[in-house]
Design a protein around this ligand. Sequence first.
Ligand code: VGL
Ligand code: ZN
Length: 196
Amino acid sequence: MTKKSALLVVDIQIDFCPGGALSVSRGDEVVPVLNRYIERFRKEGLPVFATRDWHPEKTSHFEAFGGIWPVHCVQGSKGAQFHPALMLPDDVIIISKGMDPTRDDYSALHGADANGTPLPEVLRKLGIHRIFIGGLTTDYCVKESSLEGLRQGFAVTVLTDAVRGVDLKPGDSERALAEINAAGAETTTFETLRFD
Ligand code: VGL
Ligand code: ZN
């Protein structure tokens, strides 16, 4: 049932790419790969979601206010913009997340669309049963969104050729992928991509 899958492109923003405020090593390498996925999903008539980390200036997520991160992806800032090479379709559904100044929260499933509708509700309304997840970062948003998606009853496939991690501790990304697998997610690369 090809009508029931969706693509979730996670946080392909300037601040997470080389030169950005919270730069992920080789983060920009996933952009052309994700562009291929986007094209493929659109060809199948499947919806494409793009999440963005979208923080207020003051949040407990940032070092200065008790968190672990440098200031990044502040709402409306240059660094919060999508990477200029990311080719989002006209009908992309943008999901903003990380807006609560009191919560250090990474899951895209806790984000909402432009109308404020939470992502899980948007997915259910569209009849989506499986989400394919790629983007940044493997050890935070990709991991938390995958685990939360599974907990909420969605099938999850991680696009292993289209993710990169922060790796604050060496091996964090590998451990994240192992954890996501153990929780019941599937994995694919572009070459082995199947809709079912
Ligand atoms: C993320 C680090 C800091 C993410 C967000 O979305 O993966 N990582 N803020
Ligand atoms: Zn953040």
